[in-house]
Design a binder for this molecule. Structure first.
Ligand code: ZN
Length: 160
C-alpha cells in the first residue's frame, strides 16, 4: 500500500488536460492501486490521477458499492438534473452546491483495458461527472452556485 500526496486547488497540475492511457503498464497498475489506497485513506468517493500529480486519464470511484476503475472514461449519455452539495479531496473541508445530470452513462476501459460501460444515478452520476472534469483540468468550484461553505468532519466521506 502506498499513499500519494493529494494536490490541492491552486496546484497548476489540476488545471491541465490529462493524456489518454494507451496500454496497461506496470506503472499504470501501481498508480491505480495507489489511487485506490489514497482515496480510501482520505475517505473520498472518487479520485482522478491529476489529483495525485499524474496527467493520465484514470479515475477511481467508490460510492459504497465497491471500487470502480475507469481508464479513458467518456460520458456517452446523460439526463435529468440534481442539485446538491459537492466536495473534493483537493479542496478539503469545503463544499458547495453544484447542478449535475441525475443519470450518466460512461464508457471506459477497465484495468485490463477491456471496454466497460457504467450507468450511474444520483451520487454515482455526480462522481462520474466530477472525476471526468478533473481529467480535463476542471474543478467543481468553477460550477458552484453561491458560496463554498465549510463542512464538518462528519460530512467529509462524500468528498471526491
Ligand atoms: Zn475532485
Amino acid at each position: 500500500m502506498a499513499l500519494r500526496t493529494i494536490r490541492l486547488e491552486g496546484d497548476p497540475v489540476l488545471s491541465k488536460v490529462s493524456r489518454p492511457v494507451e496500454e496497461m503498464t506496470q506503472r499504470n497498475r501501481e498508480l491505480i492501486m495507489d489511487m485506490l489506497d489514497t482515496m480510501y485513506d482520505a475517505m473520498g468517493v472518487g479520485l482522478a490521477a491529476p489529483q495525485v500529480g499524474i496527467l493520465r486519464r484514470i479515475v477511481t470511484i467508490d460510492v459504497g458499492d465497491g471500487p470502480i476503475v475507469l481508464i479513458n472514461p467518456v460520458i456517452v449519455e446523460q439526463s435529468g438534473e440534481q442539485t446538491g452539495d459537492e466536495g473534493c479531496l483537493s479542496v478539503p473541508g469545503m463544499a458547495g452546491q453544484v447542478t449535475r445530470p441525475n443519470y450518466v452513462k460512461v464508457k471506459a476501459q477497465d484495468i485490463n483495458m477491456n471496454e466497460v460501460e457504467y450507468e450511474g444515478e444520483g451520487l454515482l452520476a455526480r462522481a462520474f461527472c466530477h472525476e471526468i472534469d478533473h481529467l480535463d483540468g476542471h474543478m467543481y468550484t468553477e460550477l458552484v452556485e453561491g458560496e463554498l461553505h465549510h463542512v464538518s468532519y462528519d460530512d467529509e466521506e462524500e468528498e471526491e
